[in-house]
Design a protein around this ligand. Structure first.
Ligand code: GLU
Length: 301
């Protein structure tokens, strides 16, 4: 297991939490590097967690491929990699606790019914006390605080409609949902700060609310702008962004650091990734990260 720098600040624990549904792409490398630099610039720990809870979507062997790519880019994690697929017992415990507290309820509504509601669930099964098998389970979201302060984007208010939707924590097919497991893991791993892509920013109040229900301290949250090819088009596995492990590391790392507002100086342009990273650790300031990143559509094909 690779070990990174000696830990001097036990008060900082950050993480990178890829879903092993495809190889690491440029967008996820930005999240990896941003969270790594934020942790290491504070001499904290940087953990890696495989979000492999959604088993049907997982591609076998991709977890090792992701870990190899992280190593290739000099992103050495602390401790053991946590696999969500190994933690079902813990998720069940939390589920049972929420059930005892009557904070969750079973829901029979189909996707079609929800789109007829305008796309946001109207919490209609909350009063029904359904008990059949094969139902989804939703967390009651009354009184969710819709405000939070993001470390990069500043004060945020999420639309009340989204924040107050009772959301699924266990799916009808029996799988625990991302919203439950991400919070359970952040709590159990003692994460003090979550640095991740801005596509997850609107989910933050939900996750904070669940943390409060589980009487756990809230981590701080900071969201990195997404690399977009053109306005509104996220670079992701789904639109076939090429796997970054195919490109020369030095060049890719230089691009990632530039997108994160920390272009390495000219003398490091051709330097090995580890040297570029050490420079970035020393010079890292979250305030320098631009809130918008655009790349030309031909740059990473
Ligand atoms: N697994 C999620 C993803 O790959 C990230 C979850 C998180 O950082 O909270 O998009």
């Amino acid at each position: 297991m690779p070990a990174s720098m000696p830990i001097v600040n036990p008060a900082y624990i950050g993480r990178f939490a890829p879903s092993p549904s495809g190889p690491l792409h440029f967008g996820s490398l930005i999240a990896a590097v941003g969270s790594y630099l934020q942790a290491k610039s504070q001499h904290g720990q940087w953990l890696v967690r495989m979000e492999d809870i959604d088993t049907p979507r997982m591609v076998p062997g991709i977890d090792s491929d992701i870990l190899r790519t992280l190593e290739q880019f000099g992103l050495l994690w602390d401790g053991e990699v946590l696999y969500q697929s190994q933690r079902l017992q813990r998720y069940n415990e939390i589920f049972n606790q929420l059930q005892r507290q009557q904070l969750i309820y079973a829901c029979q509504c189909s996707r079609k019914q929800i789109s007829a509601m305008g796309g946001t669930y109207d919490n209609r099964c909350g009063a029904l006390q359904l008990t059949a098998d094969n139902l989804a389970w939703r967390l009651r979201s009354d009184n969710v605080n819709t405000h939070f302060t993001d470390l990069l984007f500043g004060p945020q208010q999420i639309t009340t409609q989204l924040a107050q939707e009772d959301y699924i924590i266990k799916r009808r097919d029996g799988f625990f949902a991302y919203q439950l497991v991400v919070v359970a893991d952040d709590i159990d791993q003692g994460i003090t700060e979550v640095i991740r892509g801005a596509d997850l920013l609107p989910m933050t109040p939900r996750q904070q609310a669940l943390c409060r229900l589980l009487s756990a301290p809230l981590p701080r949250y900071g969201h990195l702008p997404l690399a977009v090819l053109q306005p509104g088009f996220k670079l992701s596995k789904q639109n076939h962004a090429a796997a970054i492990s195919q490109w020369p590391e030095t060049r890719v790392m230089r691009k990632v650091l530039s997108f994160l507002g920390h272009p390495p100086p000219a003398e490091l342009e051709q330097a090995p990734v580890t040297e570029q990273l050490s420079w970035a650790i020393t010079n890292w300031q979250l305030a320098k990260v631009p809130l918008q990143m655009e790349i030309s559509s031909t740059e990473f094909r």
